[in-house]
Design a protein around this ligand. Structure first.
Ligand code: SF4
Length: 330
């Protein structure tokens, strides 16, 4: 049985059920790297160039871990676009090349190009090309891909019930995870899935807020149509897929009366975050808003203090309605 290494980083949080189902249905075994730890981070910092953002460095750490195993292939897709007229951050395009340049000994890479910006014709060819590494039957490859898409939809459905994508994947894999209890505060938490749902990158912001008695509302629990509708109210269309999702989610959350405040988790060194965080800060005027920028040097103590202060402020606002509608910005 052929073994495929899948790094637990970047779009793992959005697509793993599809990847795993596809390869498993074709008779291969998907080997996933372990959850991110300080060791993964240090390995990634050693291997990646300094200029990349934190999540890319962490991804390198996962690749380094997978290099220890005897793999037939390493799955490192080259993501350009995952939807019509929209793009993923350009760093994703260069990931397979950066990995080839940084590691001396690698299993053969499956660096399928995903570019759905104009049509899905090329992408279908890429799926078939990947599948032919395992079987000659086109129909079997097509069935594996369709099955993968169904599993991904099921996983998204789990996430829509208030779980993070990481929790939804674990539930999809058969783990038993308790649903969060309703907290005294409801906080919208935004950020790219690969930084927000990786507990080592985000320093478990979501878990900490839940421990502080907050219910966390995530972009995955909002209706996609409503998010797109809100994002469409911007004077210019945002062509970054994740950026548009974040702005649309923030605007939607601002209108939800049961949400007390919004936190945006951005990564230091992230180009898109540098203006998406700013746009949200300027647009969200009727809710308390906090931008948290994280990198490999972010201290846990400072983060906890900021979260506690934010929650205290929201509780005070609830008690003293006079503070309503005063923007935390400016
Ligand atoms: S969007 Fe930002 S955090 Fe994500 S890969 Fe690009 S630079 Fe890094």
């Amino acid at each position: 049985m052929k073994k495929i290494g899948i790094p637990r980083g970047l779009f793992y949080y959005y697509y793993y059920p599809l990847y795993k189902t596809f390869f498993t249905d074709l008779g291969a075994r998907a080997i996933l790297s372990s959850p991110t730890t300080r060791i993964t981070v240090d390995r990634g910092i050693d291997a990646a160039v300094d200029e990349t953002c934190f999540p890319i460095k962490v991804y390198f750490g996962h690749v380094k871990e997978l290099c220890k195993y005897e793999l037939d292939y390493l799955f490192v897709p080259r993501l350009v676009s995952i939807e019509n007229r929209s793009y993923i951050c350009p760093k994703f395009m260069g990931v397979p090349d950066m990995i080839r340049a940084s590691f001396t000994s690698l299993p053969p890479l499956i660096d399928i190009t995903v570019d759905l910006s104009r049509s899905d014709r090329d992408f279908k060819d890429q799926v078939l090309k990947t599948g032919r590494l395992f079987t000659k039957k086109s129909s079997r490859i097509q069935d594996a891909y369709e099955h993968g898409k169904q599993e991904l939809e099921y996983c998204k459905h789990i996430a829509s019930q208030g779980y993070t994508m990481a929790e939804a994947i674990n539930i999809w894999e058969g783990q038993d995870i308790r649903q969060q209890r309703d907290g005294s505060l409801r906080i919208g938490v935004l950020g790219h899935g690969y930084s927000l749902y990786d507990e080592a990158i985000s320093m478990n912001i979501i878990g900490r807020l839940r421990e502080m008695g907050c219910t966390v509302v995530l972009p995955e629990s909002l209706s996609l149509e409503q998010v797109e509708q809100e994002a469409a109210s911007m004077p210019k269309r945002i062509f970054w897929t994740l950026g548009r999702k974040m702005v649309g989610s923030a605007l939607k959350m601002e209108k939800m009366p049961d949400i007390d405040g919004i936190i945006y988790v951005a990564c230091f060194g992230c180009g898109p975050d540098s203006f998406i965080g700013e746009i949200i800060e300027r647009k969200v005027n009727d809710k308390a808003y906090m931008l948290i920028v994280i990198d490999e040097h972010t201290g846990e103590g400072g983060l906890v203090t900021r979260l506690e202060a934010f929650c205290d402020m929201l509780k005070r606002r609830r008690r003293q309605q006079v503070e309503d509608h005063i923007s935390a910005y400016g």
